[in-house]
Write a protein that binds this ligand. Structure first.
Ligand SMILES: [Zn+2]
Length: 423
C-alpha cells in the first residue's frame, strides 16, 4: 500500500515534468528583457506558447494575451530557442573519471544506460533541448532505446538524433589487445569494402540510426599516428546509401587526407577537422559541408593530462585548433556547435560556446551556431528559431549572453515541447 501511494505521488510529480508533449490548449506568456530568435536580438519582445508550439512572438504590444494564460516573468533574462548540441556521447562520461578504454571494456551495458539517463537529464536542464548523439562507443543500439524512453516520457531528456554504433574500418579502432585470440568488444562497428560498408550503413539505419557516423581516420598509423581508414570509393558509396535514405553523414576526421576524402564523398559534417587547410575549407564552403570543431574536447583531454590553461604555454593541439577554427571562419564554412560532450561533463555543453567566442567567433554567431545553424545543418524542422508555428523549445538565461557568454551556464528557464521542465 505504502509503495502504491509512493508510486502515485511519484507519478503525480513526475508526469508533468517528463511528459513528452504539451498537447493541451493552455497558454504560457514569457516576458523576458530580450529575445534572441535564432538570428537576431530583439529588445522588449514576448513569446506566447499554446500547447506545444509557439503561438506568437514579437513586440510586447502586438501580442494578444488570453485571459487564462500563465505568465512567467523573466525580468533581466534573455530568451532563446532551445539550444542544440551537435556532438554528444550520452553513453560516455569524462575520461578523467574513467578512461575511454576502461568505460568500453569494464562498464556493463546496464551501468552505461543508468549513466546515460543521468546525462540526458543534465543535458536538458542545461538548456540543450536537442542533441545529435554521435555513437554509443560499445553500447550497441542502446541510444535508440534511450531516445524512445525520452519520447515516451519515461525519463527526462533532450530530443535525440542518434548514430547507434558508428562505423570504423576493421583493425583501426579500439579497444585493442595484443593477444590475437582475445575477442574484445569494439567501440564501433567494423566494415570493409563497397559491399561491407553498404551493408553496415543499411543495418544501422534499420536498427534506428538517424545519422550515419563514420571514422574516416584514426590513430592506427605507424606509431599510433592518425591516418586515413576508408578509401574514397568506400566513403562515396556509404554517403550515397545514407543520403538516399534521407540521412546525414557525420565523419570523425583529424587528418588532411581523411578530410579531403570526406569532402569528395559529400558528407554532411566533419567532426574535429584538425587537418583542415584553407583549400579544404574553401571546398567545404562550396559543397555546403559544416565543421563541428569540438574545441572543448581538445582542451579537456589536455587538462586531464596536466595542462593548466592560462598558466602553461599553449600546447600544439590548442594552437592547431585556433588555426583551423580561424581558417574555417575566414572561408565562411558553416560552424556546427558541438563539443564532443561525454569527453567532458554532460550539462557543461555551453563551455564549447564560450570557447568558440574565445577563439574568435562573434558571440551572436555562436548563438546562431547552437540554434538556427545546427537546426539547418541537421534538417530539424520547426526548431532552432523562435517563430510562430515552431515547436515550443525555449530557454532563458540571466543577463545577455552577447555581453557575457558565461551566463549560458546558468539556465533560468527550460521549456521543451511546451512543457516547463525547469523554472
Ligand atoms: Zn565524438
Amino acid at each position: 500500500m505504502k509503495k502504491t501511494i509512493a508510486t502515485i505521488i511519484l507519478l503525480i510529480f513526475c508526469l508533468p515534468i517528463f511528459a513528452q508533449s504539451n498537447t493541451s490548449e493552455t497558454y504560457i506568456l514569457l516576458k523576458p528583457d530580450r529575445i534572441f530568435d535564432g538570428e537576431r536580438m530583439h529588445a522588449a519582445w514576448w513569446v506566447l506558447i499554446k500547447g506545444n508550439h509557439i503561438e506568437a512572438v514579437g513586440e510586447a504590444t502586438t501580442i494578444k494575451v488570453p485571459a487564462n494564460a500563465k505568465v512567467i516573468d523573466l525580468k533581466g533574462a534573455t530568451l532563446m530557442p532551445g539550444l542544440i548540441e551537435g556532438h554528444s556521447h550520452l553513453f560516455l562520461h569524462p575520461y578523467n573519471e574513467t578512461s575511454w578504454n576502461e568505460q568500453v571494456l569494464t562498464e556493463s551495458r546496464a551501468e552505461r544506460t543508468a549513466r546515460a539517463v543521468n546525462h540526458a537529464r543534465a543535458t536538458l536542464m542545461a538548456g540543450f533541448t536537442t542533441v545529435r548523439d554521435l555513437g554509443t562507443e560499445g553500447a550497441a543500439y542502446d541510444d535508440v532505446g534511450l531516445k524512445t524512453a525520452i519520447n515516451k516520457g519515461i525519463i527526462a531528456g533532450p530530443r535525440m538524433l542518434v548514430a547507434t554504433r558508428a562505423i570504423v574500418a576493421t583493425g583501426s579502432y579500439g579497444p585493442k589487445s595484443e593477444v590475437a585470440e582475445a575477442e574484445i568488444i569494439k567501440g564501433g562497428e567494423e566494415a570493409d569494402g563497397i559491399d561491407g560498408i553498404t551493408k553496415v550503413v543499411r543495418s544501422q539505419i534499420g536498427h534506428g540510426a538517424d545519422v550515419v557516423k563514420i571514422y574516416v581516420d584514426y590513430h592506427w598509423g605507424l606509431n599510433s599516428t592518425a591516418a586515413p581508414t576508408f578509401t574514397e570509393e568506400e566513403l562515396k558509396v556509404a554517403v550515397q546509401v545514407a543520403k538516399s535514405s534521407g540521412r546525414m553523414v557525420a565523419v570523425h576526421s583529424s587528418t588532411t587526407e581523411g578530410m579531403r576524402r570526406a569532402i569528395a564523398a559529400g558528407v554532411t559534417t566533419i567532426e574535429h577537422g584538425n587537418g583542415g587547410t584553407p583549400e579544404l575549407f574553401k571546398l567545404m564552403k562550396e559543397k555546403g559541408i559544416a565543421l563541428c570543431p569540438t574545441l572543448n574536447a581538445t582542451e579537456s583531454i589536455l587538462s586531464y593530462s596536466g595542462w593548466k590553461k592560462g598558466t602553461d604555454p599553449e600546447p600544439a593541439a590548442v594552437k592547431q585548433k585556433h588555426y583551423i577554427f580561424t581558417e574555417a571562419l575566414k572561408a565562411g564554412v558553416a560552424i556546427c556547435m558541438g563539443g564532443d560532450v561525454g569527453v567532458f561533463a554532460h550539462g557543461d555543453n555551453a563551455q564549447e560556446m564560450i570557447l568558440m567566442a574565445e577563439y574568435g567567433m562573434k558571440p551572436l554567431d555562436v548563438l546562431r551556431s547552437a540554434t538556427s545553424v545546427n537546426a539547418a545543418v541537421f534538417a530539424l524542422k520547426e526548431l532552432g528559431n523562435i517563430k510562430a508555428g515552431y515547436l515550443a523549445d525555449l530557454v532563458a538565461v540571466e543577463g545577455n549572453p552577447v555581453e557575457d557568454m558565461k551566463v549560458l551556464k546558468k539556465m533560468r528557464l527550460v521549456v521543451k515541447d511546451g512543457v516547463v521542465v525547469k523554472e
